[in-house]
Design a protein around this ligand. Structure first.
Ligand code: PAF
Length: 282
């Protein structure tokens, strides 16, 4: 497995591969790799000649220093995990200074409101940080396709908007959410939960699934109140938000419109750890 730590070296390698007419797939990650990441990597392997997995815990997207400090990191384990998929995977693990060229700060973006709601409302500056690093990674790797999980559905919509607004020639591929056997969406943060909480966190997906059932006959307001009550009655979890929004604009649904697609989004604290999930409603 080849590991690049410097973007100039990776850029030269990619240029040579492209000269041989090879297609490039990029899977951006922050490490602590799990089955969710591997499903992205496997899809990228199917669709491209060369796959680059970036491993970089991006400081500019954390609004909370404690969350950044506690973000799980295990680089040698990640390499082993990737090796089980293919030894041909290229790993890009830059230092902060290399990828940010010394100036570790977010750029400021306008995503026409997509960045203001939900994660954007509760994590100040988060999407500026995500967009900054994703733009840097895309421009460095210059891939044909880049892969993102639907667990971070708002992030996915923002990255699609970034690519569109900046007219970047990269195809953004959405990959479905991978779940643990009890339904909990796979996330690097799950490792920080106690065994008991990790089991009980099945409630998050169970509630989303019930919300989906109710969506056929009940209003968004009714469902929101019902979800709030479910979490109020459960001491282990603290609900931060539950929203039903239009898939494209991410604005809250007021009244169901024909021909529009809706999704439910949730953020919950468990053991002081923030977990997010979402589900397609129609
Ligand atoms: O989804 C993530 O892990 C991160 O937000 C990403 C896209 C790798 C950017 O740091």
């Amino acid at each position: 497995m080849r590991v690049f730590n410097f973007k100039t070296e990776l850029f030269t390698f990619i240029k040579n591969e492209k000269a041989k007419n090879k297609t490039i797939g990029l899977v951006p990650t922050m490490g602590a790799l799990h089955e969710g990441h591997l499903s992205l990597v496997k899809k990228a392997m199917e669709e491209n000649d060369v796959v680059v997995v970036s491993i970089f815990v991006n400081p500019t997207q954390f609004d909370n220093k404690d969350d950044l400090d506690k973000y799980p990191q295990n680089f040698s384990e990640d390499l082993k995990t990737l090796n089980t998929v293919s030894e041909a995977i290229i790993v890009f693990a830059p230092t902060k200074d290399d990828i940010y060229e010394g100036s570790i700060a977010s750029r400021s973006y306008n995503f026409e409101g997509l960045e203001k709601v939900m994660e954007g409302e509760f994590r100040t500056g988060h999407f500026n940080g995500v967009a900054t690093i994703v733009e840097l990674l895309l421009r460095t790797v210059d891939p044909n396709r880049a892969y993102f999980g639907e667990k971070d559905f708002q992030q996915l919509q923002i990255i699609k908007k970034l690519v569109k607004n900046k007219k970047l020639p990269y195809q953004i591929i959405a990959c479905p959410i991978e779940r643990e056997p009890n339904g909990l969406a796979r996330s690097s943060r799950n490792e920080r939960l106690s065994k008991k909480t990790r089991q009980k966190a099945a409630l998050i997906f169970k509630t989303l699934s019930s919300a989906k059932e109710k969506f056929g006959t009940k209003s968004a307001e009714y469902i929101k109140e019902w979800v709030t009550k479910v979490f109020d009655e459960n001491e282990l979890f603290k609900l931060e938000y539950f929203e039903i929004t239009d898939v494209d604009t991410l604005t809250p649904m007021i009244k169901k419109q024909k021909n529009r697609k809706y999704r439910a989004f949730i953020a919950v604290y468990a053991d002081g750890i923030r977990l997010i999930d979402n589900i397609a409603l129609n």
